[in-house]
Design a protein. Structure first.
Length: 205
C-alpha cells in the first residue's frame, strides 16, 4: 500500500512537470548515504530462485517468482516468498516437506534478481527499455541508463528527474542525462538510491 501511494505521488509530479518547473529543481546530490544495514537480500516478484533439496533431485527446481509473490514447487503449491530472505524460505520449505520427506535439507539460491520495490530503481518515460533495475551499492545514473539501453531519440535527458523518498516524503531532483551521455560530463553522473524513480520526459522540440 505504501509503495502504491508513492507511485501515485510520482504520477502527480509528472503531471505537474514542465521546463520551468524542472529548471527550478535542485540537482541530485553526487553521492547517496548507503542504506542502513539490515536484513539480507529480500526476494521480489520477477526474481529467479533455485530450490535445492539434498538427496531429492526430483524436488529440486528453479522457478520464477510470480507477480503475486508466490512460487509453486513439487508437493508445495502457492508458497509466498516475496519480501522474505532465501534462508527464511528454505526453512519453511523444510517444514512443509517434512510431511513427505524424512529430515529434508533445503537451500534456496538466487539465480537472477529484480528485488523488492525498495531494492529497485525504476525508470519511466523516454528510455529505450523502461523497467525496474535491481539496485546495487554505489550505482549511478549512468549505470541505470546503460541497464535500460540508453535514451530514445525523443528524450529530453537534461529535464530528467529523480523522485526519492526522503523522511517519508517524495523529493524531486534534477539530473542532466544529456550532458552525461552525449557530452561525457561526469559531474552529472550522480548516485542513485534504492527506491528511486528516474523520470525521462519527451523533448518538446
Amino acid at each position: 500500500m505504501r509503495n502504491t501511494v508513492f507511485m501515485l505521488k510520482v504520477v502527480a509530479l509528472i503531471g505537474l512537470g514542465g521546463v520551468a518547473a524542472c529548471a527550478s529543481l535542485p540537482e541530485a546530490p553526487s553521492r547517496v548515504d548507503p542504506p542502513e544495514a539490515g536484513a539480507g537480500y529480500l526476494i521480489g516478484s520477477g526474481d529467479s530462485v533455485q530450490v535445492f533439496v539434498w538427496r531429492n533431485p526430483d524436488l529440486s527446481i528453479t522457478v520464477s517468482v510470480r507477480p503475486d509473490g508466490k512460487v509453486s514447487l513439487p508437493l508445495i503449491d502457492d508458497l509466498p516468498v516475496a519480501g522474505r530472505e532465501p534462508s527464511q524460505v528454505a526453512r519453511e520449505i523444510e517444514t512443509r516437506l517434512a510431511e513427505y520427506v524424512q529430515d529434508p535439507k533445503v537451500t534456496v539460491i538466487m539465480q537472477s534478481s529484480v528485488g523488492t520495490f525498495d531494492q529497485q530503481v525504476r525508470v519511466v518515460g523516454q528510455a529505450a527499455k523502461p523497467q525496474a533495475v535491481s539496485y546495487r551499492k554505489g550505482m549511478t545514473v549512468l549505470d541505470v541508463a546503460i541497464a535500460v539501453g540508453g535514451l530514445t531519440a525523443f528524450a529530453d535527458g537534461d529535464r530528467a528527474t529523480i523522485v526519492r523518498m526522503v523522511q517519508g516524503n517524495p523529493v524531486t531532483f534534477r539530473v542532466r542525462l544529456n550532458a552525461l551521455i552525449n557530452n561525457g560530463d561526469m559531474t552529472a553522473n550522480v548516485e542513485v538510491a534504492p527506491g528511486d524513480v528516474v523520470m525521462i520526459p519527451q523533448s518538446w522540440f
